[in-house]
Write a protein that binds this ligand. Structure first.
Ligand code: AMP
Ligand code: MG
Length: 354
């Protein structure tokens, strides 16, 4: 059966459709919905069978836990056994918003939802459609990103339909999401809070609020012997079909390098894709050039990353070269996703030419 798709926006909520979606979730079904980060694939978080259905629909390994979404800060108490002071402070400051916190789980949350772990990931999204759906579903919606496991996360309902249209009951289409990268994940199960996944809320912002906050070692080191603590971060992810390489270095050298590699690939009769920015797009002389956004407005780069990766799948390019985006605020989050999409293939132009 094909998923029913209902369009709406925050100012014009389709209350009937949200009520129906809530009933579907209460009855163990699956509904995709917009959030401010990416589209989520929702199931009732307290129903182990619904969580199993989510893993099956996405083709996701069942040791990769789901995030429990709430729409009322008071509900945090019901799914956790302990809320440290730091978590309380972050909830006050950043919820509703793009922040997920890992806390010790209460018994009502089944292990199927937490990938077998004793901790639970909780988030209170700011998107109004998401909030209304969560309330209509009884308060606790388990939702990973609504993509097939391994593919770029969906930033519009069309992406969800492409990946999961045959596997779920309903899609709430709220248009394009705002941020475009998944939430920042902060782990509170150890003494010092640890960022397990970078996002819009940066390490610096968290340190300003809490004092000491660390970055998970498994994220900083590309050496695969150190495993990231968030089970999901160890998988190849966000990946386009083509072979993606990131080219890093001085802008002029990056452009020259990509131009020469792109013409080599084209000489072999293949098509090449280039991920550029508004500032550089005109300087590429070969291949299919897509601007990801403007370096002057780094949110635009985060916003378009997954969409650009998906668009190249549609073009059937065999290789993609991308500039690197170590921008001041979101650079950590953008490069974390881009490096995973590239399987950590990075070419440093300065060093190569020495
Ligand atoms: P997604 O739902 O696709 O945004 O992925 C959720 C991310 O949160 C994955 O990387 C999970 O591994 C991570 N996660 C969820 N629950 C936990 C937990 N209890 N401990 C550590 N990481 C978690
Ligand atoms: Mg995901």
């Amino acid at each position: 059966m094909r998923a029913e798709i209902v369009s709406m926006d925050a100012e014009h909520l389709d209350k009937e459709a949200i009520k129906k979606a809530g009933e579907i979730l209460k009855n163990g079904g699956l509904v995709a919905f917009p959030t401010e980060t990416v589209y989520g694939l929702g199931g009732n978080a307290l129903d182990p069978k619904a969580s199993m259905k989510i893993y099956a629909a996405k083709g996701r390994p069942s040791d990769n836990p789901l995030i429990v979404h709430i729409a009322d800060i008071e509900k945090l108490k019901e799914v956790t056994t302990e809320i440290p002071e730091g978590a309380r402070i972050l909830a006050e400051k950043y919820w509703p918003g793009p922040l997920t916190m890992i806390l010790p789980k209460a018994d009502i949350v089944p292990k199927e939802t937490t990938g077998g772990l004793d901790s639970v990931a909780v988030r209170f999204p700011s998107d109004v459609i998401a909030q209304e759906l969560i309330k209509a579903a009884g308060g606790f919606v388990a939702a990973p990103s609504a993509n097939t496991s391994g593919r770029p996360s969906p930033t519009m309902a069309e992406h969800v339909e492409e990946d999961l249209g045959d596997a779920i009951d309903m899609i709430l289409d709220g248009g394009q999401v705002g941020i475009g990268l998944e939430s920042t994940i902060v782990d509170f199960t150890e003494k010092i809070p640890v960022v397990l996944r970078p996002g819009y809320i940066s390490l610096e912002m968290l340190q300003e609020t809490l004092g000491e906050v660390k970055m998970d070692k498994g994220l900083l080191i590309t050496d695969s012997s150190v495993r990231p603590k968030a089970p999901g971060m160890k998988y190849r992810h966000y990946a386009p079909e083509a072979d993606l390489s990131i080219v890093e270095g001085e802008t002029e050298k990056v452009i020259a390098y990509i131009n020469s590699r792109a013409s080599e690939v084209e000489e072999q009769g293949k098509t090449v894709g280039i991920i550029a920015t508004d500032e550089t797009a005109d300087l590429y002389k070969a291949g299919v050039v897509r601007s990801i956004g403007s370096r002057a407005e780094e949110e635009t780069i985060a916003h378009h990353l997954y969409e650009v990766l998906r668009d190249f799948d549609g073009d059937g390019v065999s290789a993609i070269f991308s500039e690197a985006f170590y921008t001041p605020k979101m650079g950590q989050a953008i490069m974390n996703r881009l490096l995973k999409a590239a399987g950590h293939k990075i070419i440093k132009v300065q060093e190569e030419q020495k």
